[in-house]
Ligand binder design. Structure first.
Ligand code: SF4
Ligand code: SF4
Length: 413
């Protein structure tokens, strides 16, 4: 472990005054039955224990992986912390410590995490889907000379497969996921089998959302190209799961692919890819000087008809709870509809539980149920999301719809 990681951990935990405010907003705390180690304050406390172990002994024998891997990285905790401590960052740094293995006595990495890392590096997407990634674009034409690239980051396409895997894992128990993860991380070619299992209805819906996005951009007069089946996944899981060196190498490969195409602008379509490319790629990739935009930035060029009835929005953490919040989705929906936000909105928005879906599916499901209830309390006819992970996790409620569909239905031609 580098000195920087120890210093980063110290810097993140040292100001905690143990007030517990962060627990009141941490989604995993009630969902875990109020287990301290799966709440924000517990994670900071364990971060302090880990730090003192490392300072005193140079290594640790503690297995804290469930506490840190179950953190959603939503950053709801830091919004209410009087000392500015971010339990999400504590978890992230601690996962990097676990993954580095240099300072731990045993291998506490998660099998599923290892699987995702090895398949992403081999296939450029975490589930080895390759050609299935570009199926949504069949029959569409793109301006292949444009220097603006529509970059889906594979996120809408992956969800029907990862959702099915997490449902199977819930039915068969977490041992099943661990065995599957172990087998695939040893033989990544086995990942092809996971392509047989997917939520067909969700796949059709996700493909239509991507079509709406492409059509909306076209209506806004934007010319763009698309990489098709060569489009790589951005490496979000590698970063989130703490595989820092693997992420650095992978992100540089992805950036090279963008460069080789003469790309100047990368138009993203989901909050995770947008956040990663805006805030992490410039840290890990030298001269990452692409203009990173979101397709919603261009929607102000379009006109939308006024919508009757009340709608609400589930605001994505990676838009609303980051240092530089991205409020375009809410402002846009509010501009032509009667938008009523739930009690947890803006800086108090609540994660859908989606980031935990593959490793802790039961925890994820409890969080999504609580969030759906919170959104339904507004009495709105429709719940709008702007994130494929949120849609996959909240979409069991039939009134949930992606913002691309809502815009497409109401755009004035
Ligand atoms: S809110 Fe901040 S200071 Fe209070 S317990 Fe949580 S991390 Fe510590
Ligand atoms: S980032 Fe989210 S899940 Fe993690 S400790 Fe903070 S509030 Fe809890």
């Amino acid at each position: 472990m580098s000195e920087d990681l120890v210093a980063d951990l110290q810097k993140e935990v040292e100001n905690c005054i143990n007030c517990g405010f962060c627990e009141s907003v941490c989604p995993t705390y009630p969902a875990s039955g109020y287990t301290m180690s799966k709440g924000a304050r517990g994670r900071v406390d364990l971060g302090k224990s880990l730090l003192s172990d490392l300072i005193q002994n140079g290594r640790t024998t503690m297995d804290l992986s469930d506490s840190f891997y179950s953190c959603l990285d939503c950053f709801a905790c830091v919004q209410v912390c009087p000392a500015g401590v971010n339990a999400g960052k504590v978890s992230h740094i601690s996962r990097e410590i676990i993954v580095s293995q240099k300072y731990t006595e045993m291998d506490n990495r998660k099998e599923t995490a290892n699987m995702i890392v090895s398949t992403t590096r081999k296939y450029h997407d975490p589930l080895g889907l390759n050609r299935k990634i570009s199926g949504w674009a069949e029959g569409l034409t793109f301006s292949q000379r444009s220097t603006s690239l529509l970059y889906t980051g594979n996120m809408y396409q992956i969800m029907p497969y990862s959702k099915k895997l997490s449902e199977m894992s819930m039915r068969m128990g977490s041992r099943y996921t661990a065995i599957l993860g172990r087998a695939i991380s040893r033989r990544p070619s086995l990942i092809k089998a996971t392509g047989l299992f997917y939520n067909r209805e969700m796949a059709i819906t996700m493909n239509s959302y991507l079509k709406y996005i492409a059509d909306l951009l076209g209506k806004a007069g934007i010319e763009f190209r698309y990489m098709g089946e060569d489009e790589p996944y951005p490496g979000t899981f590698l970063y989130d799961l703490g595989y820092e060196e693997e992420f650095r190498e992978y992100a540089n490969q992805v950036a090279d692919m963008f460069r080789k195409m003469g790309t100047e602008e990368i138009i993203t379509v989901d909050p995770h890819t947008y956040d990663l490319l805006k805030n992490q790629y410039p840290v890990y990739v030298k001269n990452f000087d692409f203009k990173v935009t979101h397709y919603l930035d261009y929607m102000k060029k379009l006109k939308f008809r006024k919508v009757g009835g009340q709608v609400t929005m589930h605001e994505a953490c990676h838009f609303s709870l980051r240092e530089d919040p991205y409020n375009v989705p809410v402002d846009l929906v509010r501009s032509f509809s009667n938008l009523v936000l739930p009690s947890r909105s803006g800086k108090r928005t609540m994660c859908c539980g989606g980031p935990n879906d593959l490793i802790y599916p039961n925890l994820s499901e409890k969080i999504s149920r609580e969030r759906i209830q919170n959104l339904m309390e507004t009495g709105s006819e429709r719940i709008i999301t702007a994130c494929p992970i949120c849609y996959a996790n909240l979409g069991s409620e039939k009134s949930v719809v992606d913002i691309s569909q809502f815009l497409h239905e109401n755009v004035v031609r």
